[in-house]
Design a protein around this ligand. Structure first.
Ligand SMILES: Cc1cc2nc3c(=O)[nH]c(=O)nc-3n(C[C@H](O)[C@H](O)[C@H](O)COP(=O)(O)OP(=O)(O)OC[C@H]3O[C@@H](n4cnc5c(N)ncnc54)[C@H](O)[C@@H]3O)c2cc1C
Length: 204
């Protein structure tokens, strides 16, 4: 089948990899300029040089054996490292959090900077309507976006799925990225609290 996946974050890419290994023709579409999604990293020029920030996920843990095998492979190729300061079982992408997503994306067909504005029925299949009115026809569509964005795409084609997506509100989270002109004299790289600032990390 020719399969279109909306969203090339970790979920969409993992799904694409699995389908491509079963000989499906898979295309991913992502409105972002590059790999990452909620595991993205940002480069920002500062007065003291360029700084890199992981402004989504800070680290991840491993529970499933299949994911364990994947993480072990990422560690041996240098895409992921253990981050003891974040926890005894915490892992982080290196040099930035987007590294594992970038690695997955490198083997797949992804169209970046491509917003999917609508999904429509097209004969037996589907049509993905892209920004600027271009369209791509596929046999099957997979939506791998945050629930709010899935709702917007599903609303006109499947009220039932739209209702399920609409019932899952994301919890908002503000991220502050700060570059200091010299090393900050704190002993720990990570700091957690139940207060207003839930987590702070020395990102380098
Ligand atoms: C601040 C923060 C901290 C976090 N901390 C942790 C942590 O410590 N540990 C942990 O395990 N997880 C953490 N997470 C959660 C983790 O980042 C996410 O669960 C995971 O990255 C989600 O992956 P995903 O593929 O489901 O979605 P995403 O990564 O959000 O990917 C969805 C993609 O869809 C694209 N998209 C959306 N709508 C459209 C459209 N209409 N057309 C085209 N593209 C579209 C987006 O650009 C995006 O790239 C954190 C998240 C945040 C934001």
């Amino acid at each position: 089948m020719r399969i279109g996946i909306v969203g090339a974050g970790l979920a969409g890419l993992a799904c694409a990899e699995s389908l491509a290994s079963r000989s499906h023709d898979v295309m991913l579409f992502d409105k972002g300029r590059g790999p990452g999604g909620r595991m993205s990293s940002r480069r920002i020029p500062t007065a003291v040089g360029e700084a890199h920030f992981d402004h989504g996920a800070q680290y991840f843990t491993v529970r499933e054996p299949a994911f364990r095998r994947r993480v072990d492979a990422w560690i041996s190729e240098g895409t992921v490292a253990i981050w003891p300061s974040a926890g005894s079982e915490a892992y982080v992408g290196v040099p930035t959090m987007s590294a594992p997503v970038r690695q997955l994306a490198s083997t797949l067909s992804v169209r970046w900077s491509t917003l999917v504005t609508r999904v429509e029925r097209h004969g037996q299949g589907w049509q993905l309507v892209l920004e600027h009115d271009a369209a791509v026809c596929v046999d099957l569509v997979i939506i791998a976006t945050p629930a709010e964005q899935a709702f917007a795409l599903l609303e006109s084609i499947s009220p039932e799925f739209a209702a399920r997506a609409g019932a899952v509100p994301s919890e908002p989270c503000w991220t502050v990225m700060v570059a200091f002109s010299q090393a900050v004299a704190v002993a720990q790289d990570c700091w957690r609290s139940e207060g207003v600032i839930g987590w702070a990390a020395r990102n380098n």
